[in-house]
Design a protein around this ligand. Sequence first.
Ligand SMILES: [Zn+2]
Length: 91
Amino acid sequence: MAKIQKLGSVKRFGPRYGRSVKYKLAKIEAIQKGKHQCPYCHSLKAKRLSAGIWSCGKCGAKFTGKAYSIQKAAVEEASEKEKEETKEKEE
Ligand SMILES: [Zn+2]
């Protein structure tokens, strides 16, 4: 049986706007509204204030990240650095 995707927060749109668009948005909103790890105190209390601005409920730190997540930024930066390093080696 195929894995059942859940619409979650996107249920608010009811029957409008089409299936595939809503499923795409559901994936992003689940990350955006979910729990995130604070880079300062490492607790899962970081919350999104607005696009790219995050605050921690435990230590009160306010910091920047990606628009919809914090941790993906670190992953992407690491992969970009690796790419740059390999390019430099090739040259
Ligand atoms: Zn914190």
